[in-house]
Design a protein around this ligand. Structure first.
Ligand code: HEC
Ligand code: HEC
Length: 288
């Protein structure tokens, strides 16, 4: 081979690996979805703690058949329709493998290699353990398959999903780190519930112009809800108030929350008391 082609080939090789790094599927192995009764029961609990029904199972639907409309103004006007996540072969997630679940929940990637939009809170669910994702899958895959077609998302014509490849890489750098917390086990459990499952930050943490969560300012208010629910904002609350809030939706000043927060209480009210207390230990860090 002529020597002058060598640099060209090297450059091409670098380019191809860069493209592969950006667009290729992350290596996540091919873990099995468990089938034991314990895994399915744990999965049901995780499904509730993750608040999945709030977006996928609406009104009187028999299961998570989707069709819930999410309207977003920023960064661009978009209308999303949540998909059917029952195991129906044609219109749902029938046939999904453990790998498909890990890629979707933790990397925002579809089985065909496409990219999900962050209206699906995968930037939060990426903090779940693989074990929890697989138990969740165990539960979801034994639910009744329901046929239900949902409309296509309404997005500007230029908004291609592969743009999310760059967005995800940028977000990894820009989102930053949430404030550190004590290594007390109860506080750690509360942080896992809030930051990996209950996706409290998706509505309560401010976002930048590109819609990325600014984690250093975790829970300090957003366009959706301005009230701070960080330790300063909740300084007048006791842990007891907070547990009661998760059960009934009543704040420390005796107001009942409505709208989307009422949907959140729908799932937090079903958690074990131990987990509600863990939430309280994480949010109310100034003691009892
Ligand atoms: C805030 C609303 C919201 C919540 C909460 C939510 N999702 Fe979704 N989910 C979406 C949207 C919107 C999409 C579609 C994303 C897209 O098309 O890019 C989606 C997509 C999915 C998909 C991909 C389905 C497919 O056909 O490709 C799965 C699986 C899924 N969600 C499971 C879950 C599970 C499990 C939970 C709870 C742990 C959950 N979702 C919670 C909004 C939500
Ligand atoms: C889908 C968006 C959404 C999610 C997710 C969400 N919240 Fe909220 N939250 C709201 C809205 C909107 C309000 C204001 C409701 C009202 O005033 O009626 C609110 C209000 C609150 C309040 C009351 C603040 C006050 O003093 O008035 C607390 C506390 C709170 N949320 C905690 C949480 C916790 C904990 C989680 C996670 C388990 C969570 N939120 C998840 C939207 C959300």
């Amino acid at each position: 081979m002529n020597n002058k082609f060598v640099p060209l080939i090297v450059i091409l090789a670098i380019l191809v690996s860069a493209l592969y790094w950006v667009f290729g599927l992350p290596m996540v192995g091919n873990p099995e979805i468990p089938t034991t009764a314990e895994a399915i029961a744990r999965g049901e609990y995780i499904y509730n703690a993750g608040g999945c029904a709030a977006c996928h199972q609406i009104d009187d639907a028999e299961g998570p058949v989707g069709g819930y409309v999410i309207e977003v103004e920023n960064p661009f006007p978009n209308t999303f329709y949540t998909p059917n996540i029952t195991p129906d072969e044609e219109t749902g997630i029938g046939g999904w493998t453990g790998k498909d679940f890990i890629l979707a929940m933790k990397h925002g990637r579809s089985p065909s290699g496409g990219f999900y939009w962050p209206s699906f809170p995968y930037r939060t669910y990426q903090n779940m353990t693989d074990e929890d994702v697989l138990d969740l899958a165990a539960y979801m895959m034994v639910q009744p398959a329901i046929r239900s077609e949902v409309p296509e998302h309404e997005l500007p014509a230029w908004q291609f999903d592969f743009l999310m490849a760059g967005w995800n890489i940028l977000a990894d750098f820009i989102e930053g780190d949430a404030p550190s917390i004590s290594d007390d086990l109860q506080v750690q459990r509360g942080a896992y519930l809030a930051r990996a499952l209950g996706h409290c930050g998706e509505c309560h943490t401010p976002r930048n112009e590109l819609g990325m969560m600014m984690l250093a300012e975790e829970f300090s208010g957003s366009e959706i809800v301005s009230t701070e629910i960080n330790p300063e904002g909740l300084s007048g609350w006791t842990r007891f108030d907070f547990v009661g809030f998760l059960q009934l939706g009543m704040t420390a000043s005796f107001d009942f929350v409505g709208g989307e927060m009422a949907d959140v209480i729908e799932h937090t009210s079903k958690l074990t008391e131990e987990d509600q207390e863990a939430y309280a230990a994480f949010f109310i860090r100034n003691g009892e």
